[in-house]
Design a protein around this ligand. Structure first.
Ligand code: PEP
Ligand code: MN
Length: 262
């Protein structure tokens, strides 16, 4: 992952003519969790119309409480694939267990969530695939640890790694996490890998997503991932940080404008 051995920025090939990194910016949007066919198809159509290029949706959910909604699991992936077929958008969804890999065959980007950033056996298994992997920074991990986790995947031969800053734990409690935006220029110095910012999990508050998304675009992120829900108040997961499709459309337009001037 070290910039020293790879002076040019890497562009990860997502398929379908889409690349992320090396000058290719992608806007990832969708619900925290896939909840139904109607929900994911509706959101997919609307975020696509607003300029999102990759569809997100959780099927296997790493919830703090075992009594909270755990995701639709295999059915969630099926519904994402249906949305992919309908809209042509590549999809990203989280894996929590290497035994589930066969279910991810047609998934375009496999996400490793913050809680699994140092699940080294999972990382090694993903290193044996050639799938694009979006690796999220752990809740209390340094950038060096994030890069070493990327190395676990790359050491197995899979160089298709995308890094994601999603906020870290600090003493501040107003926001869900603290967005470490300096991760963008810092990682840019250290590594050739693409860098995505997730302002939704970083802040936990829908009204803070727009300013942080714009800041991420200004800082030169290669991608921004935003949670969007058709009915945030009744979302099964992360409603408080989810934008409505109309709010997302506004953010997407502003991000485009910022990218034009940087
Ligand atoms: C997510 O993106 O759905 C998610 C669970 O995020 P994180 O792993 O960053 O908490
Ligand atoms: Mn979420």
């Amino acid at each position: 992952a070290n910039r020293k051995f790879h002076p040019d920025d890497s562009a990860v090939d997502i398929g379908g003519g889409i690349k992320l990194g090396g000058g290719h910016f992608q806007l990832i949007a969708g619900p925290c969790s896939v909840e139904s066919a109607e929900q994911i198809l509706g959101i997919a159509e609307s975020v696509k119309a607003s300029g999102a290029t990759i569809l997100r949706g959780g099927a296997f959910k790493p919830r703090t409480s075992p009594y909270d909604f755990q995701g639709l699991r295999a059915e969630g992936i099926e519904l994402l694939l249906e949305a992919k077929k309908k809209t042509g958008m590549p999809i990203i969804t989280e894996i929590m267990n290497q035994n589930h890999l066969p279910m991810f065959e047609e998934v375009d980007i496999i996400q490793v969530g913050a809680r699994n950033m140092q699940n080294f056996e999972l990382l090694k298994e993903l290193g044996r695939t050639n799938k694009p992997i979006l690796l999220k920074r752990g809740l209390a991990n340094t950038l060096k640890e994030l890069l070493m986790s990327a190395e676990y995947i790359m050491a197995g031969g899979n160089n298709n790694v995308i890094l994601c800053e999603r906020g870290i734990r600090t003493f501040e409690t107003y926001t869900r996490n603290t967005l470490d935006l300096s991760a963008v220029p810092m990682l840019r110095e250290l590594t050739h890998l693409p860098i995505v910012i997730d302002p939704s999990h970083a802040t936990g508050m829908a009204r803070l997503v727009k300013p942080m998304a714009l800041a991420a675009a200004a800082a030169g992120a290669d991608g921004i991932m935003i949670e969007v829900h058709n009915d945030p108040a009744n979302a099964l997961c992360d409603g408080a940080q989810s934008l409505t499709p109309a709010q997302f459309s506004e953010v997407a337009e502003k991000v485009r404008q910022i990218r034009e001037v940087i």
